[in-house]
Design a protein around this ligand. Structure first.
Ligand SMILES: C[S@@+](CC[C@H](N)C(=O)[O-])C[C@H]1O[C@@H](n2cnc3c(N)ncnc32)[C@H](O)[C@@H]1O
Ligand SMILES: CC(C)=CCC/C(C)=C/COP(=O)(O)OP(=O)(O)O
Ligand SMILES: [Mg+2]
Length: 294
């Protein structure tokens, strides 16, 4: 049991180990136990392990004919190509990052985006995740690649990151912002970013034009134990935390081919219908927001 000293003037948050809330404990457990083939088999294609979705047109010619023996392997390679293309688009929006710069991946999963960022910019990349299993996986992978001097994952709450104020050239959330309060999240990114630094997120958000979260959005929340925010909340929380958008890109049409291909594969997880239906009925959007720290 952890004893908390409530004497006035005592910092009760310092040195209390583990997740900050019971919810974060649940999320740590969720990702420690996650081993869905759709993620591991795609990652096995080239050693970049992602926990996000794909964008771009499907290369139909690369899939071969339906019923062909190698088709399933080709579908997996194509889904993986689209997931890596998503990470590439996120990295494009970081702008130029010097080799001596620091990048921070908030909610880094198994580290695929961090490896890609280092390979592109040659800089240090630090990631945080609630899951010890994910951090170990990511760190083992960068050791295998011989880039562990530059890329590291730590078990840590992204609302309280172990980086000095004003030191990051760039930071991002790739499908990880739906696990936290956005005001708390953007306050923390704003703290670690240097003035002029760039923040990027790719996220699923509910569309305020639709009214309220649809049944499909509620189904996605239940499936992943997350809490999807609205587009309006993102923009408001950024504005309140010195993050000024320079690009807001609706990737909904670009992600639909990924989902439609995935729905035909042997790796379906059951959540495909909720994504496809909510993207099509306009209740849910796949969005990239890039913002300058001013
Ligand atoms: C859907 S995965 C995305 C992983 C990664 N960004 C990617 O693109 O592959 C969500 C990630 O958010 C992390 N996460 C959720 N809440 C967090 C928190 N409060 N602090 C740190 N990481 C968190 C989870 O541990 C998990 O790694
Ligand atoms: C866009 C939204 C709302 C994302 C929610 C966060 C999430 C779970 C992303 C994908 O992870 P994953 O790659 O582990 O999921 P899956 O197993 O479905 O591929
Ligand atoms: Mg996945």
């Amino acid at each position: 049991m952890t004893t908390i000293d409530l004497t006035p003037g005592t910092d009760t948050t310092a040195a209390i180990p583990g997740p900050a809330t019971p919810y974060q404990d649940d999320i740590a457990r969720y990702w420690d136990q996650e081993a869905r083939p759709v993620n591991l088999r795609l990652g096995d294609v080239d050693g970049l392990y992602h926990h996000h979705y794909g964008i771009g047109d499907v290369d139909v010619a690369a899939l071969g004919e339906p019923g062909e023996g190698a088709r399933e392997r080709k579908v997996i390679a194509e889904l993986h190509r689209l997931e890596s293309a998503q990470a590439d688009v996120l990295l494009d929006h970081l702008g130029g990052v010097p080799r001596e710069g620091l990048l921070v991946d908030a909610g880094c999963g198994r580290g695929g985006s961090m490896v890609m960022a280092h390979q592109r910019f040659g800089c240090r990349v630090e990631g945080v995740t609630l899951s010890a299993k994910q951090a170990e996986f990511a760190n083992q992978r960068v050791r295998q690649l011989g880039i562990d001097e530059y890329v590291r994952s730590q078990v840590c709450n992204m609302l309280d990151m172990p980086f000095e104020t004003g030191t990051a050239a760039g930071s991002w959330n790739n499908e990880s912002s739906m696990y936290v309060d956005l005001h708390d999240l953007f306050a923390e990114h704003s703290r670690i970013l240097a003035v002029g630094g760039r923040y990027v997120t790719i996220t699923g958000c509910w569309n305020p034009v639709y009214g309220q979260p649809s049944k499909w959005v509620s189904q996605i929340n239940a499936h992943f134990e997350c809490n999807i925010h609205s587009r309006r909340e993102y923009l408001r929380a950024m504005a309140d935390n010195r993050l000024v958008p320079n690009a807001v890109i609706d990737l909904t049409a670009a992600t639909l081919p990924y989902w439609e291909l995935r729905a035909t594969s042997s790796l379906v997880t059951g959540i495909e219908e909720a994504f496809i239906s909510s993207y099509k009925d306009g209740s849910f959007q796949y969005l990239l927001i890039a913002a300058d720290r001013v």
